[in-house]
Design a protein around this ligand. Sequence first.
Ligand code: AKG
Ligand code: FE2
Length: 454
Amino acid sequence: ELGDQRIPYLGPSDHGFQQLWETSYSGLALRRSCSLPEELHGRVEAALLTLRRRGCFLRDLVKVRDRDVFTAVSRVLLGQPGTTYRYLDTRLFTIPWPAGSTETETTGLGPQEKPVAELKHSLSGYHIEDEEDEDQQIGQGCSNLNPAKTSCPGPAQFNVTLLNYMDPAAMSQLKEEPYYGMGKMAVGWHHDENLVSLSPVAVYSYSCHEDDKGEGVRIGLKVAWDIHTPGLTLPLQSGDSYYLRDDLNRTHQHCVLAGDSARFSSTHRVAECSTGTLDYIQSRCREALSNLSTDPETGTHSLLSLLPATLQGYEEIHNEVEFEWLRQYWFQGQRYTRFCSWWARPMEQLENDWREMELMVRLHRDPLGPSNNTYYESVYRKVCVSAVVSVCVVTLQSWAVGGTLVSLKQPRPELCSLSLSLSLSLSLSLSLSLSLSLCTLCLRQCGVLSSNHI
Ligand SMILES: O=C(O)CCC(=O)C(=O)O
Ligand SMILES: [Fe+2]
C-alpha cells in the first residue's frame, strides 16, 4: 500500500513528540538510569559481562513467515526454575534464578550472575506513583518520562527474563526498518508472544562503550495495522529501563534500532506457562502412563483401558512430550547444559516416559502380542517359518511331479514336458502366495500395514 513512501515518525527532538507519546503511546514509560541505585547498575553490568564471557548468549533458530532464520541478537533465558518460554515456534528453557528465599537450591547461576536475577525485583516493584519519592531518595533532577501517569495494578510477578546481546560491528547484514526509515534493526517489529494477558514488559538496557561518538540504541514503536499514526522512537542511555504497560504490547508493535555500540537488554515478562512448565508436562506424562499396567512377576505390560477417548488422550500426550519438549530440548535447549545442568535429569525422565508411551501405542495396535523385543523376535520367527514352508512346498511338489513321470514308463515326450511345466508353475505360484500371505500377516501384526492396505 505504501510503495516507496515512508510513514513519518517522531523522536524526542521533534515537535509534537510529547503529545504523540501521550495520545498514542501512553502505555510506554521510561525510567531513567538515575532512578536505580548506582551499586545495582555496577553489579548488573558485571553479571552481564560474565554471562557473555561464559558464552551463554546464543542466537536462536526461529520461524518467521514459514522460514527458519537465526535471530540477529544472541539470547539466554533466565527465570523461575522449570519454566519455559515459547516464541516463534521455539521453546526456550530457563536457566533458573533463585526461587524465593531458598538460596541453598541449585540455581544454575553462579554468584557473579545473580544480580541479573535481582533486577527483576527492582523493576517489578516499580509504581509510577512512587516516582517522586524515588527521585528524592536516589538523585535530584532524575526526570523520568511517563506522560500518562496511569496507575499500575501492582507489582508484576515476572517469571522470566529474556536477555539479549548484540554487537552491531559483528553483524554485517542487519535489516533496514522498512516502513518509517528508522535505520538498521537489531530486532524487527513484533509483539511479545506467550505472555499472560496485560503482562507488562520491563526492559533494562545496558550499552557498552557509551561514550563513543556514534548513534545510540533506540526502541521504535508503532500502532499495529496503522499507517496513519506516526511512529515513535525513544533513545536509551545505558542503565535506562522502559516499560510496555497495559495492553500496549497487544495494540502496538515494537522494534530495536541498533546503535553503534554493543548492547545488552534484560526483558522481564510474565510468561503464560499453563502448558509450559516442567511440573505441567510431568503431570501430563503421569496421566498418560496411568493407563499402563506392568505385571510385577513377568514384567509384561498391558493397557488398563481401551476406550477410544483414553487412547486418543495418551497419543496426544505422547506427541506433546515429543514435539514440544524432547525435540525442542535436543534441538536447542541442551546447548545450555554447558552452563547449567538443571534440565538434564528431568529431560532424561521425560524421555523414559516417552518410551513407555511408545510401548503403549504398540500395545494398542496389537493388544494380544507381547510388546517388547520378544515381540519382534516372534515376528522374525514367523517370517523364517514361512520361508522354510515355501521351500518345502516347492521341493515336495517337484518331487511329486518327478515321481509321477517316472511311474509313467515310456511317457510321450510332449505330454511329459507339458505336465512338468504345468505342475512346476502351479507349485511356484502356490508357494509364492503362501509366503506372501504369511509376510502380510506378520507386517500387519508389526503395525506396518493396516487392514485397509490388506
Ligand atoms: O532489547 C530490547 O530493548 C527489546 C528486545 C525485545 O523486544 C524482545 O526481546 O522481545
Ligand atoms: Fe519484544
